[in-house]
Design a protein around this ligand. Sequence first.
Ligand code: ZN
Length: 272
Amino acid sequence: MTPATPAAAIDLTDAQIERYARHIMLKEVGGEGQARLLGASVLVVGAGGLGAPLLLYLAAAGVGRIGVVDHDVVDLSNLQRQVIHDTGTVGMPKVDSAAARLKAINPDVRVEAHAVKLNRANVLDIVSGYDVVADGTDNFAARFLLNDACFFAGRTLVSAAMLRFDAQLSVFKAHLGEPHPCYRCVFREPPPLGLIPSCSEGGVLGALPGTIGSMQAIEVLKELLGIGDSLSGRLLLYSALETSFRTVKIRRDPTCPLCGAHPTYRDLSHHA
Ligand code: ZN
């Protein structure tokens, strides 16, 4: 890694040097890393439980351009965990409620609202516009769509999922080749509809997405900065009831239909 350049030498304003002082004093970030964050872009899919801490921390960290995808409006039942929204924004499109909050936190950040549902026709365009993609969706169809789209678009995917008291987190960048697995190397196909409930069906402890969404933000920042050990090739499992973290190794599967030696998925036509 190249040594940190003094912050003043890379065009940070005085206000930015003050705002990001606690980053700049970290030798792994420094003024150079902060400038890199300001020049970076992240797409957050889902402005819900996971998206809330993700978006708040990425904006506070000074990620220069943040895309938010969500086609839903804020519902009263969201507020138990989706802390980026508040009682006054109930009924408002989630992307607008989130964008207003992010701009209030950090005017350095350009927020791009995508009030759409991702599908095979629009996902590649949207995903390709950002450096890193973070999956905060709540359903398997979206998770597999994002995995496949990020692979084809050559984008790193920071993926999290949760239910009730349990959560998982990993990083997928199979487009870089061996040894990086994709989501399909681990979970081949979506489970039959209705087999595994979503949070709206099965419930979730409100602070759980706070924990795992914040960790997801950390992994996004690590990928942008190129620091530390990437979570690619490992799946982190968190049990809130046990208060336990486990990390299991996950491997690239040569028979994977997406990133394997003889792929059968060569485009997104198998998606809705
Ligand atoms: Zn794969």
